[in-house]
Design a protein around this ligand. Structure first.
Ligand code: NAD
Length: 493
């Protein structure tokens, strides 16, 4: 029987008054795996009112850090016990491989545990600001947090927001992407089994245009934390201007991966493949532009293509699959359209370029690992985020050339450099205008490290202590140690 996914508001699972349900599809088979409620504007407003009420009641916002940490640990334990089921749900909803999905769930467990630990370690500042004036700097929750996430890491992106937002003491409203709500629903079923007070955490399924936009516009939402496309990030910033709400934006990227002639070529090929084909290229930090030095260009491309050809594409629940499906038909069409644009722009299509329709893949949305060589910075396939298994490879001459090409896009999310010359690696990385960078590796990062971009890749940082700061207000408290009259106005004497 197809599962019917509901909204979760004030501790109750409710059907939307909206009769239109969203079909939730397995992108590897096109099978309808669930039907999801689509929140109306009124239901979104009810979720906001509930969150505001519970925030003001102090039932969560005034709990001690230790009590909040204990709750985060309860949630992490629930996720850990249900790891297998959550990973299986992520596979059939998003299309990613089992290995990728299991890594996401493990990261989700770690994220809750990390913030539980951080709560025990957060200290406040105190200093003597002046004679007899003691100052304390304290952190406080912001209020109601609207958390809007995309479809590429449906569970993990939700947790990257929920864990610090709850740790800070906020009441929250999560809105997953309309096409991938399944693991968020399971996560809330688990949260419901913990002692988190009712009404602190709401779940809204539904569209960006209604539920998302209502959260962004509401004067009763104090922060919107959004991960998604740059275009929608810009809309959210505008929509939030009414009450000058804080916006935290994790947006798109077109990240350069720079391979110097003195790199370990086999290592660089390995990570350059991982950099783009992991998650079928549907990863914000994908190394989607390869910059290869002219003295190894031919050799590198030959090795790269040979390995890319061998990637086993298939349904995520087949353990042999190394690269899964594209999340939806619409997104697959957008990627295929970019491939066509690349061909028309004169890039050389060196590998792939097609939808895969044989060997049992005909019903799903699969695209061959695709390689364009001899591209130039003016091409759309080099400037725009394709968000699929498509790499564009560009040649560079020297360090100066590499830096110029690497920074020649509006994005600034991530970047990497491969070379055996460590001082050169640091020189280049410091010049790359991006928030997440690597030397001789790709994609490896930890929950302790700030996550976010420069330029149009976003504002603010997730994860680490920076991620907790994002959901907190900062207050100064000035305490007189010797209360006596100031007598500023002589007439008062
Ligand atoms: P999207 O921007 O289309 O949608 C993201 C979310 O925003 C969805 O939940 C959607 O319903 C909602 N939304 C849409 N319109 C809205 C509106 N007007 N107001 C409020 N919410 C609205 O993005 P997507 O296609 O789901 O995800 C892919 C994008 O996400 C890529 O650009 C990718 O780079 C980016 N991304 C960035 C990071 C990061 O950490 N920087 C991580 C993952 C994905």
């Amino acid at each position: 029987m197809t599962k019917h996914l509901k909204l979760y508001i004030d501790g109750e699972w409710i059907d939307s008054a909206n009769p239109n349900m969203q079909d939730v599809i397995n992108p590897a088979t096109q099978e309808v795996i669930a039907k999801a409620s689509q929140a109306t504007k009124e239901e979104t407003e009810k979720a906001i009112r509930t969150a505001k009420r519970t925030f003001e009641s102090g039932v969560w916002s005034e709990q001690t850090p230790a009590a909040r940490a204990e709750m985060l640990l309860q949630i992490s334990d629930k996720i850990e016990v249900n790891l297998k089921e959550l990973a299986e749900l992520e596979v059939i909803n998003n299309g990613k491989t089992k290995r990728e999905a299991e890594a996401d769930v493990e990261d989700a467990v770690n994220t809750f545990r990390y913030y539980a630990g951080l709560l025990h370690n957060q200290t406040e500042e105190a200093f003597e600001a002046d004679k007899d004036l003691q100052t304390l700097i304290v952190k406080e929750p912001m209020g109601v947090a609207g958390l809007i996430v995309p479809w590429n890491f449906p569970l993990l992106m939700s947790v990257w927001k929920i864990a610090p937002a709850l740790a800070a003491g906020n009441s929250i409203i999560l809105k997953p992407a309309e096409i991938t709500p399944v693991t968020a629903v399971k996560l809330y079923e688990l949260i419901e089994q913990t002692d988190l007070p009712k009404g602190v955490a709401q779940l809204l399924l539904g569209t960006g245009a209604v539920a998302g936009q209502t959260l962004a516009e509401s004067n009763d939402v104090n922060i919107v934390s959004f991960t998604g496309s740059t275009k929608v990030g810009q809309q959210i910033m505008q929509a939030g201007a009414g009450n000058l709400k804080k916006v935290s934006l994790e947006l798109g990227g077109k990240s350069p991966n720079v391979i110097f002639g003195d790199a370990d070529i086999d290592l660089a090929v390995d990570y350059a493949l991982f950099g783009i084909f992991m998650g079928a290229g549907q990863v914000c930090t994908s190394g989607s532009r390869l910059l290869v030095q002219d003295n190894i260009y031919e050799e590198f491309i030959e090795k790269y293509i040979e390995k890319a050809k061998a990637i086993r594409v298939g349904p995520g629940n087949d353990t042999k699959s190394e690269m899964g499906a594209i999340v939806s038909e619409k997104h697959m069409e957008s990627i295929l359209n970019y491939i066509q644009i690349g061909i028309e722009e004169g890039a050389h299509l060196a590998l792939g370029g097609n939808r895969m329709k044989t060997d049992g893949l005909e019903k799903g949305f699969f695209i061959e690992p695709t390689v364009f060589t001899d591209v130039t910075s003016d091409m759309r396939i080099v400037q725009e985020e394709i968000f699929g298994p498509v790499i564009v490879i560009q040649k560079f001459k020297d360090e100066k050339d590499a830096i110029q090409i690497a920074n020649d896009t509006d994005y600034g999310l991530a970047g990497a450099v491969f070379t055996k010359d460590q001082p050169k690696a640091i020189r280049i990385i410091k010049k790359i205008r991006a928030g997440i960078t690597w030397v001789n590796t790709y994609h490896l990062s930890s929950v302790r490290s700030p996550w976010g971009g420069y330029k149009t890749s976003g504002i603010g940082r997730s994860l680490g202590k920076y991620g907790l700061d994002e959901y907190q207000e900062t207050k100064q408290i000035n305490i007189s140690m010797n209360p006596e009259r100031i007598d500023w106005f002589e007439g008062n004497k």
